[in-house]
Design a binder for this molecule. Structure first.
Ligand code: HEC
Ligand code: HEC
Length: 284
């Protein structure tokens, strides 16, 4: 009798322990899901759901453009967006993405029409990435636009009627680019740049190529000596942006005196059925 009683009280006890364990698990799960921190990027919380996921994907594409499965087919060199838009577009001065979305749709003198942020992104694929323009509205294009727009979140819209450039775009130098001295630039390059980008400009696993077939083409912004000089002044060497305007312009003339892919628009457009809208007035 008492053994039976013992057995049944043991069974009841075990059942209670099991119930308690299940209850604890349920409570833990609930607390976990309520308390789950929102996903963050660069120390800032992301919006929940698919928008946050698209922004996260966009950041990955900007970082790994030349190797990511979604973008590598559209890239024709070894550069990623972050090779020039340093720190994934969050660098304070080197062509930052922060604020860019506030300027669009903007007037684009090169295309001779008003373009959207997505258009502008796709143009960098054709020129700076020496690749092919991805389709408008493609997953990659939308994700990158989502990321760049997120970096402008909270800033007032201020559309740009003069250039397709955001409010923090690199300041042009006042120095005359025709006064550049490429021979002086060669000496400076050997001294300040070659240990990363190589004597032959090909770079290595850590530093991207600055000329040759795997670099930007001559239709890219940096293909112009004045633009490259203003970018170098605020971007290179990394974390030691101490070049004078004179040094920057001489270096730019030297870097751009080397061979690089030649830009012909028709080589960079997708087949007509995948093109969507694209009208460059001057066909440049
Ligand atoms: C070889 C360097 C280089 C690479 C690689 C590059 N860009 Fe750019 N991009 C530039 C320069 C230079 C500008 C002009 C910005 C300035 O003057 O501040 C620019 C401008 C832009 C702008 C317009 C900025 C504004 O202020 O309106 C966007 C958007 C942009 N790039 C997106 C991209 C994306 C996305 C990628 C990768 C698919 C990319 N770029 C790759 C150099 C580059
Ligand atoms: C410590 C190594 C280092 C030094 C020194 C350095 N760079 Fe860079 N450079 C880089 C890296 C790394 C990037 C790409 C940025 C990234 O991926 O974060 C880059 C990007 C560039 C780019 C744009 C992308 C491309 O490959 O075209 C140019 C142009 C450039 N550097 C030129 C120069 C010049 C000119 C100097 C000398 C004043 C210089 N760099 C010094 C490491 C270096």
């Amino acid at each position: 009798m008492s053994r039976d009683w013992n057995r049944s009280s043991l069974a009841t006890g075990l059942l209670a322990v099991r119930c308690l364990a299940v209850l604890c698990l349920v409570v833990l799960c609930l607390v976990g899901s309520v308390r789950a921190e929102p996903a963050t990027l660069a120390g800032r919380p992301l919006p929940p759901g698919p928008l946050g996921e698209a922004i996260m994907l966009g950041a990955a594409l900007v970082r790994d453009t030349s190797t990511h499965p979604l973008t590598k087919a559209y890239v024709g060199n070894r550069l990623d967006c972050t090779s020039c838009h340093l720190q994934n577009g969050t660098h304070h001065s080197a062509a930052p993405f922060v604020g860019v979305a506030t300027a669009y749709p903007a007037w684009a003198p090169r295309e001779g029409r008003v373009i959207t942020l997505e258009d502008r992104i796709l143009n960098c694929f054709m020129r700076s990435e020496n690749g092919v323009r991805p389709p408008l509205g493609s997953r990659a294009s939308v994700a990158i636009a989502a990321y760049i727009t997120w970096l402008s979140d909270g800033q007032p819209i201020k559309q740009n009627p003069e250039h397709s450039l955001g409010p923090n775009a690199t300041e042009p130098l006042t120095i005359d680019p025709t006064a550049a001295d490429a021979a002086r630039g060669a000496a400076l390059y050997a001294d300040r740049c070659a240990h990363c980008h190589g004597d032959d400009g090909w770079g290595d696993d850590d530093s991207p190529p600055v000329w040759g077939p795997d670099s930007y083409n001559n239709g890219a912004g940096l293909g112009r000596v004045a633009k490259l000089a203003s970018w170098l002044k605020v971007a290179m060497p990394p974390d030691d942006e101490t070049l004078t305007a004179r040094e920057a312009i001489d270096l730019a003339a030297f870097v751009n005196s080397h061979e690089r892919p030649v830009f012909r628009l028709e080589d960079h457009l997708p087949p007509a059925e995948r093109l969507g809208e694209y009208n460059s007035a001057d066909g440049e």
